[in-house]
Design a protein around this ligand. Structure first.
Ligand SMILES: C[S@@+](CC[C@H](N)C(=O)[O-])C[C@H]1O[C@@H](n2cnc3c(N)ncnc32)[C@H](O)[C@@H]1O
Ligand code: SF4
Length: 400
């Protein structure tokens, strides 16, 4: 299955770049997991019946065709299989989807193709075949490098399995990343220092480090409300964040986004495209898209429930539940929410085109509080480390 990796770019020399022709991202959502982790509110489900793999493959293929009809003639810069647990997908499905994307659009020569994987031995056993299918980057949900923490997070893999999966991933893929969750219940700063150092020793260029979020409606939210989960307070969480930045910077893996760290050049292009407000399509249950269609910015979303989505695609060839233009003020808010997550910050020129500029007094207040930095020469705004910790409040002030 070499089609995906070896595709050339016919006509590349004469390709004219307009904003509508910047490379797009393609997101594919696989909504199933073997078990549901008690902290997680992603659109992920334990399949109660055998999964209709043929049906899902056909539906994902059909929805990709629908998206390509909406957004034809784009170049694809990145593809991301997210979940749920896409490492549970049959490799033939992954291969068929990649072939179809290559047939529908033009792939950039260095297209990034990432697949999220749980670090179990069964899934790591599929890495070679996934590489052959065209996947060229994996992102492993390691979550913790402590057995007791893995148990408390309801994870089904061990530390040893995770370490083995990291090694297998590094043997098969030039690019890989893994996720750790910190500020966990009962976690001390000293224990995190140890664990992160171990993580940095194992890492190969990219790490996602998330502070635990208590998501409404999850078992963690109930246990937290009942006082069964004691989490670091705001000041302690800030100390965890500071330590994380310090240790990552010391080994040349600074943050390029609030929770993402990479050596230069290893940043996840697919996610960078979201944060830089590029175009992307999403297929599968609960997937989102953003497209520039006929001069309008359009938000697309599909049915979240896997059975409902499958039924819709069977009937209509797509599972879209909404396809709405985004107003200029919503676009401003989205651009700020996305762009200020990045250490590089945000270019204010596109915001000016939407009729928005920060009010002088608010800018003055936020820069003197050292929450924002404003580079007037290049018209760029960036959040400081302190500002990134309270980003939602900073943005609320900006758009007030
Ligand atoms: C779609 S999920 C996981 C992919 C894969 N199923 C797994 O669990 O390994 C992507 C990442 O989000 C992070 N995550 C999920 N829920 C979180 C929460 N409540 N707080 C912080 N991080 C969370 C985890 O690190 C996870 O690896
Ligand atoms: S964290 Fe991953 S494995 Fe756990 S329920 Fe969420 S998507 Fe599934």
């Amino acid at each position: 299955m070499g089609a995906v990796r070896s595709q050339s770019l016919p006509g590349q020399k004469t390709f004219r770049r307009t904003p509508e022709q910047d490379p797009i991202g393609v997101y594919i959502h696989w909504p199933f997991c073997l078990s549901k982790c008690p902290y997680c509110d992603f659109n992920s489900h334990i399949a109660l019946e055998p999964i209709d793999h043929d049906g899902f493959r056909q539906a994902l293929l059909a929805e990709l065709s629908h998206m390509a009809a909406l957004a034809p003639k784009r170049q694809v810069g990145s593809i991301f299989f997210g979940g749920g647990t896409p490492s549970l997908m049959p490799v033939q499905t992954v291969a068929a989807l990649l072939d179809h994307i290559a047939a529908l659009w033009t792939l950039q020569a260095d297209v990034e193709i990432t697949l999220e994987a749980n670090p179990t031995s069964v899934e790591a056993g599929k890495f070679k075949a996934l590489r052959q299918a065209g996947v060229n980057r994996v992102s492993l949900g390691v979550q913790a490098l402590s057995s007791s923490a893995l148990r408390a997070l309801g994870r089904t893999h061990s530390v040893e399995e995770a370490e083995a999966a990291i090694a297998i991933a590094q043997a098969h893929f030039d690019r890989m990343s893994f996720d750790l969750i910190y500020t966990r219940p009962k976690q001390s700063l000293t224990a995190w220092r140890q664990e992160l150092k171990q993580g940095l020793d194992l890492a190969a260029g990219h790490l996602s480090l998330y502070q635990l979020t208590i998501e409404p409606g999850t078992p963690f939210a109930r246990w937290h409300a009942a006082g069964r989960l004691v989490l670091p307070d705001e000041d302690q969480a800030a100390a965890f964040y500071e330590l994380t930045q310090e240790l990552c910077e010391a080994v040349g893996m600074p943050a390029y986004e609030i929770s993402n760290h990479a050596i230069r050049g290893e940043e996840a292009r697919h996610n960078l495209n979201y944060w830089r407000y590029g175009e992307y399509v999403g297929v599968g249950p609960g997937a989102h898209g953003r497209l520039n269609l006929n001069g309008a910015r359009v938000a697309l979303a599909t049915y979240r429930d896997p059975a409902a989505w499958l039924e819709q695609v069977r009937q209509y060839g797509h599972g879209l539940v909404s396809r709405n233009p985004i107003t200029p003020s919503q676009q401003v808010e989205e651009r700020l929410l996305m762009g200020l997550r990045l250490i590089e910050g945000i270019d204010l020129a596109p915001l000016a085109q939407l009729g928005w500029r920060p009010a002088d007094d608010v800018l003055q207040m936020l820069t003197s509080a050292e929450l924002l930095q404003y580079d007037s020469e290049n018209s760029r705004l960036r959040a400081t480390r302190r500002g990134r910790l309270v980003l939602n409040s900073v943005i609320a002030e900006l758009v007030r």
